[in-house]
Design a binder for this molecule. Sequence first.
Ligand SMILES: Cc1cc2nc3c(=O)[nH]c(=O)nc-3n(C[C@H](O)[C@H](O)[C@H](O)COP(=O)(O)OP(=O)(O)OC[C@H]3O[C@@H](n4cnc5c(N)ncnc54)[C@H](O)[C@@H]3O)c2cc1C
Length: 398
Amino acid sequence: MPRIAVAGAGIGGLAAALALAEVGCAVDVYERAEALEAVGAGVQLSPNAAIVLRRLGVLDALGAAAVPSSEVRMRRARDGAVLARVPLGPAAEARYGAPFLSALRADLQAALLACAARRPAIALHLGRGIEGYDLRASGVALRFAGGTANADALVGADGIRSAVRRQGTGGDAPRASGRSAYRASVPREAADADAREPRSNLWLGPSAHLVHYPVDGGARINVVAIVDEGIAADGADPWSQPAEAAAVERRFAGWAAPARRLIAAAPGWRRWPLFDRPPLPRWSAGPVTLLGDAAHPMLPFLAQGAAQSIEDAAVLADSVSRSGGDFPAAFSTYEALRRPRTSRVQAQSARQGSIYHLGPPLSLARDFVLSTLGPARLAARVDWLYDAPAEVRRFAGP
Ligand SMILES: Cc1cc2nc3c(=O)[nH]c(=O)nc-3n(C[C@H](O)[C@H](O)[C@H](O)COP(=O)(O)OP(=O)(O)OC[C@H]3O[C@@H](n4cnc5c(N)ncnc54)[C@H](O)[C@@H]3O)c2cc1C
């Protein structure tokens, strides 16, 4: 049985381990952290990711903890006017073959881990950060702080500051976007009835937008407030720090009452400065490749970072299963299939942030277009994203 090492037990690394085990590989997942903690409160799982998670058994493990979304509703910050509705629910399931779900990251991680624990071919090694690797005549030797290990191939799923990527590319740095996400989790009882509805809400205002959706079987509302802030002069913005509630409330003071009430109901906030990187010209070298944020970190404005890492996992496993044990060949097929799509999602995610944050007069034109498109044309505009491409469906099923 071929032995693959996966660096990183995030959503991408765990999905890759499950998919590779499914096609007959033994997988060692090496995770730097001593204990796995889910970072950030919620995650939206669009149908292109849900279709893969269903194939891996993860949707069953998630069960009712994941909330199916009936629509994406876009609203104007100033007065709460509804600008557009993208139908999801049964319409999306019929169109894309899988639901649009929202979940607590902790629940998604627990479901991925439960599925991995049921597979003897997967071994999870905590507290083992990969520092680098050496290519051998056949396979890879991994270097850790306290030792080495061998594998036939290595998948770097070690996030935006990937050590595997650094060795392969010579170390390009993540790019600060000048925007931050403030994240909170509001108990259902503290939220308006409207905010408890199973839909994904997107509010658009000048230099800021607000996203909220129920998670945890509806028991909590995940809130993400994204604002333009400029780039820290020393470039050393701290990653995920507690933030002042009063500062977030001040930033949204001119917004419609329902948005302000939800923000005021948050028991605490954390701030995440947002980074991305331009698309890489190459992900793979011989028996080493990249996956998820390590390969294509993106701004979260299309809610696709985790979803794309899950798509990666499906295409990686399918390419490995068709390669007859030739990992370099499998990885170059995987990369050729994945790079165009993920580069497009990276670019569109960055553009989307600028469109969301427009101020007058351009925001008036945007709002006019949104409010005249109608649900059918709005749904058609997200097909390219939510309809899993053929190479993902080869693994995930129709
Ligand atoms: C505000 C915000 C909201 C978002 N919302 C969504 C959303 O709704 N939907 C969506 O699809 N995406 C969303 N994303 C994006 C998503 O969170 C990421 O794209 C996704 O989690 C990336 O997963 P990953 O497994 O590639 O990387 P990570 O989650 O970063 O995991 C990397 C893992 O590797 C480990 N590691 C690091 N270095 C090493 C090493 N040297 N050796 C071993 N292990 C190592 C880390 O400890 C970590 O566990 C959002 C992101 C943000 C910031």
